[in-house]
Design a protein around this ligand. Structure first.
Ligand code: HEC
Length: 263
């Protein structure tokens, strides 16, 4: 589509100026990382993990994130993965919704009603993801790639990544397809390549400096589909989980360095 190509060309500029700015953004990120606001969300998330809630009035402390009931340490680094009890591949947030339903007796509608919060009011999901991801800091990332359903999810994620769709005929790769691309000074990593997918996967979920919010990969998928002028995906859908597994598995082996900081 020629119009889409023209729009994309206008949006994406990789000038010398942008490269200087990129260096500054990286420096700023390093400064912020030394005392990251993400820690506040981690503390909030830990309290929520331990707080009895829902019709059954129990906490999430017995939730099995893949390493056994209640094991939080290192769990995020092994996600997404296949869970036999649910018979599906789940990322962190999808698994949390499952635990909210099975342990706390909450409905999926209620558990996913406010998954994207604001700076003043972070959502339960965002705070929980900050806490749980933080417990994998320094752990090598090894999402599930051996179970047939994991393999199928990876293939679905790859297909979705390259599938052109929507009014502008964009795929993920239209923006995240080439080295050195930028939009609004933000780097656009080619997520189908190990060297870019690794550091990206190792930095999410993250604190977003420009909006003072804590953001999750589910949020990122929604926001990129919005940029593609596509309808908002269902929270924790097979499609978003597949894309997240595709990125995580492409970047496997990276040491988890998050929760990170984004512009
Ligand atoms: C129209 C261009 C566009 C398309 C198409 C697009 N994205 Fe993005 N994506 C962006 C921009 C811009 C950012 C950075 C946003 C920011 O930080 O302000 C981004 C950021 C990301 C990030 C975070 C990168 C990092 O450095 O942490 C991921 C992951 C991502 N996109 C995945 C996807 C996936 C998966 C798709 C397809 C479903 C997709 N994107 C489609 C523009 C796009």
């Amino acid at each position: 589509m020629r119009r889409a190509a023209a729009v994309l060309f206008a949006l994406v500029a990789s000038t010398a100026l942008a490269q200087d700015a990129g260096k500054e953004i990286r420096r700023y990120r390093e400064m912020v990382a030394e005392g990251s606001p993400a820690e506040l969300f981690e503390l909030g998330g830990e309290a929520l993990w331990k707080r009895p809630q829902g019709p059954k009035n129990v906490s999430l402390e017995k939730c099995d994130l893949g390493q056994g009931p209640g094991v939080v340490k290192g769990a995020y680094a092994r996600l997404p993965r296949y869970f036999g009890d649910a018979d599906r591949v789940m990322d962190l947030e999808t698994r949390l919704v499952y635990c909210m339903q099975t342990l706390q007796g909450r409905s999926s509608e209620e558990a996913t009603a406010h998954v994207f919060g604001t700076a003043d009011e972070p959502s339960e999901m965002e705070s929980l993801s900050a806490y749980i991801a933080g417990q994998s800091h320094g752990v090598k990332m090894q999402p599930g790639i051996s179970h047939p359903k994991e393999k199928a999810a990876f293939e679905l994620g790859r297909a979705l990544y390259f599938h052109r769709t929507g009014p502008w005929d964009f795929s993920c790769a239209s923006c995240h397809g080439q080295e050195g691309k930028r939009i609004r000074l933000q780097e656009l990593p080619a997520l189908s390549e190990r060297k870019y997918a690794g550091p990206v996967a190792a930095s999410w979920p993250a604190y977003r400096i420009s909006t003072s919010q804590f953001i999750t990969l589910q949020w990122r998928m929604n926001d990129c589909y919005r940029q593609m002028r596509m309808p908002e995906p269902t929270f924790g859908s097979d499609a978003t989980v597949a894309l997240i597994l595709f990125i995580a598995a492409t970047g496997a082996g990276e040491t988890y360095a998050g929760p990170g900081n984004k512009r």
